[in-house]
Design a protein around this ligand. Structure first.
Ligand SMILES: [Zn+2]
Length: 352
């Protein structure tokens, strides 16, 4: 008998990856049937490196565009953007930036019910292609379902010029899929949660590709950057197929969020995820030494000091990680780690 359980997937319709492609944003919009006014959202820096080119491209194709800048990924910024989108009767929103701009534009456009186009200026995390958005409000961090980008336009030239640290952080977010998929499988086995082989394998393939190309990535070559960008896009698509962030976010992400709460603003999302993956891989009895070696080769942090935090911060984060998102079952279980076991884990994996 066919199961009556419905599973719906929302996928990007167009993905363009290449050099000097920002001038094609206008054409892509026309191809996708977007008419009327378009809102272009950037940060201050991303306006200079890419936003201006996007606005020029829209003007060249005769599309009317309005430009705003956002500086933080907060509920306030989302509401403000949402209001501008509604008041101006915009028909699409283009986010040009790294993390914050993409998150705000994605969520605001989803609430208004218009398409979102993602133009990443750095390859620092998988939000550039995922349906999820992360908001920071004071102490709290929340990940909410927004919408998949209708199109992703990733200019390799712009991403190549971004600081290498951002790319290395993106690699940490991708390597995280090794443990995220294990946690998803565990939740399926123990909790009967939906598990999709295709989405799981797509996320794993990205992690394997980045691990296998670590040296190339470290060299900062165009090919290396392309590998990371394509892997991040595949991770975003894996989430779209799964209908949740499950294939891409497990216990290592819980650790990352917990550490950000304990010692805010010291490190990047993907950097913390990478270190979390080393420790969670040990709990999952995966090859944590190999994961650590890959991160080292890429030049991503593998220790507390490289993350700019104290050993006690890591231990504290390990003990509270399971409370960050209690509905997300992982290897940390319902009770999490005791202080003693957290200390042992961090020492054993030489994170502290
Ligand atoms: Zn992530």
């Amino acid at each position: 008998m066919i199961s009556s359980r419905m599973h719906s997937m929302e996928l990007p319709r167009k993905v363009v990856v290449g050099g000097e492609i920002l001038e094609s944003v206008g054409e892509v919009c026309l191809e996708l049937g977007i008419k009327g006014r378009i809102l272009v959202v950037t940060g201050s820096k991303t306006y200079r490196v890419a936003g201006k080119a996007v606005l020029d491209s829209l003007a060249d194709t005769g599309l009317e565009a309005l430009h705003i800048k956002v500086e933080e990924a907060s509920e306030k910024a989302v509401r403000k953007t949402e209001k501008i989108l509604r008041d101006g009767r915009h028909s699409a929103a283009v986010g040009v930036g790294g993390g914050k701009v993409i998150d705000v534009t994605k969520l605001a456009s989803a609430r208004v019910g218009i398409p979102f186009i993602s133009c990443p200026t750095a390859a620092s995390h998988d939000g550039i292609a995922s349906p999820q958005a992360s908001l920071h409000d004071g102490e709290s961090l929340s990940s909410v379902k927004a919408q998949s980008p209708l199109a992703i336009i990733a200019d390799i030239e712009v991403i190549l010029k971004a600081p290498y640290r951002l790319l290395a952080s993106g690699c940490g977010d991708i390597i995280a899929k090794f443990t995220a998929v294990r946690d998803w499988w565990l939740a399926h086995q123990l909790r009967g949660e939906y598990y999709g082989d295709y989405a799981a394998n797509l996320a794993l393939m990205s992690a394997r590709l980045v691990a296998g190309n670590a040296k190339l990535i470290r060299e900062g070559s165009e090919e290396g950057v392309r590998t990371v960008v394509e892997a991040l896009i595949s991770c975003g698509v894996a989430m779209s197929i799964a209908g949740s962030s499950r294939p891409c976010s497990g216990s290592e992400h819980l650790f990352s969020h917990a550490l950000e709460r304990v010692a805010p603003g010291k490190s990047l999302h993907g950097e913390r995820c990478g270190v979390g993956t080393i420790m969670m891989a040990h709990l999952h009895k995966l090859q944590w030494r190999r994961i650590k070696a890959v991160l080292k080769m890429i030049g991503a942090p593998t220790t507390s000091s490289e993350l700019g935090v104290e050993g006690v911060d890591v231990v504290k984060a390990l003990t509270i990680a399971h409370k960050i998102r209690p509905e997300r079952y992982t290897i940390l279980g319902e009770r999490g780690l005791t202080r003693a076991s957290a200390l042992k884990l961090a020492r054993k994996t030489e994170v502290i």
